[in-house]
Design a protein around this ligand. Structure first.
Ligand SMILES: NC(=O)c1ccc[n+]([C@@H]2O[C@H](COP(=O)([O-])OP(=O)(O)OC[C@H]3O[C@@H](n4cnc5c(N)ncnc54)[C@H](O)[C@@H]3O)[C@@H](O)[C@H]2O)c1
Length: 346
């Protein structure tokens, strides 16, 4: 072992869907993930499952990120901080419309607390979970990081835009701070071991959890919202990215931050595959990959859904030396492996 310095990376929301996979990617790259999660949207056995994959336990602190004292206690416990990846947030668009204050309090509150602590502690490198929702319905495809940010369609979307702005403002006055805003496209799939994946809570708002639950017989049929979009088969197009590819992008982003000598504004990167797939293509690919039919019907468009969006991810490739390597079929296969480990809701 020698005197090799441990590179502690604070992972807020590290027990969640993307956070848990990122802990695996961090550990595989030689970092020590230190999880803080209040388990508001994740299960208590996730850290054990991560440990089963990486072969060793990781430190986990059950603390709410808006609790400044609780967060200080965690920061005090470790000597060196290599950086923080901030996932902790609520993410259900529909719920955010019904409960805006809950979203503003949690998503903005946790970010403000974290930035305050970054100001007070030698914790200088931040990777922030943003979203392609900031682009709204884009005029040109694929979307680049220079595409305009459009007015948010929901309080959730607004928390991402405001979060980006708050980080940008704080960056201006913090010479030691390095930050990156990762604009995720549509994360799907699960770890290929089937030990971690996306936690299903109630009726999924996202396509792939709905597809796998329908295939498993939890749902009678899938409704495809809209078949009159201006796309080849009339269904909406998205850029689906395997969650392990997304997880690895965080490690690359952290490495990139440590190469930056100075930074006045945050680095902004689209994290997608650069390819769009229609909803119908996802269903067909799932059926081909698994041999299981997904009963489906067509419904009307959902308010707030854009027609087509996919990333130009060349900046991430050039700067971060990252690109997605897993296929849609692999992601759907892995999502199905994960689904099969789950118990049907009571
Ligand atoms: N999943 C997506 O499609 C998607 C797309 C774009 C951006 N994002 C963003 O990525 C991040 C992670 O998303 P996810 O899909 O992994 O969500 P998730 O709900 O699975 O994970 C979030 C985790 O944060 C925890 N958490 C929430 N509020 C907290 C708080 N105040 N203190 C401590 N822990 C808290 C939850 O318990 C959960 O474990 C979020 O910021 C989300 O907005 C997700």
């Amino acid at each position: 072992m020698g005197n090799r310095k441990v590179k502690n990376v604070l992972v807020t929301g590290g027990a969640g869907f993307i956070g848990s996979h990122t802990c695996v990617a961090l550990a595989e790259a030689g970092y020590q993930p230190v999880v803080v999660d209040n388990f508001a949207n994740s299960q208590s056995d996730v850290p054990d499952r991560i440990a089963q994959i990486i072969g060793t336990a990781i430190p986990v602190h059950q603390v709410d990120c808006t609790d400044e004292t609780g967060m200080r206690n965690i920061l005090d416990r470790y000597e060196d901080w290599h950086g923080v990846i901030h996932f902790a947030a609520y993410k259900a668009v529909g719920e955010s419309v019904a409960h805006p204050l809950k979203y503003y309090r949690n998503n903005i509150g946790s970010l403000l607390t974290l930035l305050q602590l970054m100001n007070d502690y030698p914790l200088h490198h931040l990777v922030f979970s943003s979203s392609c929702t900031v682009y709204g319905e884009p005029d040109h495809l694929p979307v680049t990081e220079k595409s305009p940010v459009r007015p948010a369609e929901s309080p959730y979307g607004y928390t991402k835009q405001v979060g980006e702005q708050i980080i940008t403002d704080q960056q201006q006055v913090s010479p030691a701070m390095r930050s990156v805003l990762l604009r995720y496209f549509n994360p799907i799939g699960a770890h290929p071991s089937g030990k971690i994946g996306e936690l299903p809570l109630g009726k999924p708002e996202n396509l792939v959890p709905y597809v796998v639950q329908t295939a498993a017989g939890w749902r009678d049929q899938l409704t495809i919202f809209g078949r009159d979009y201006p796309t080849e088969d009339g269904t909406a197009i998205r850029d689906y990215i395997h969650v392990m590819d997304l997880a690895e992008a965080h490690v690359k982003a952290l490495d990139w931050l440590h190469q930056q000598e100075a930074q006045e504004t945050p680095g902004i990167f689209n994290i997608g595959t650069g390819r769009g797939h229609s909803v119908k293509e996802v269903v067909d690919t799932f059926e081909d990959a698994t041999g299981i039919k997904v009963p489906h019907q067509f419904g009307s468009r959902r308010p707030g859904d854009v027609s087509s969006i996919y990333a130009d991810a060349t900046l991430a490739q050039r700067e971060l030396n990252w690109s997605a390597s897993r296929t849609l079929g692999e992601a759907l296969h892995d999502a199905w492996m994960w689904q099969q480990t789950l118990k049907p809701p009571a």
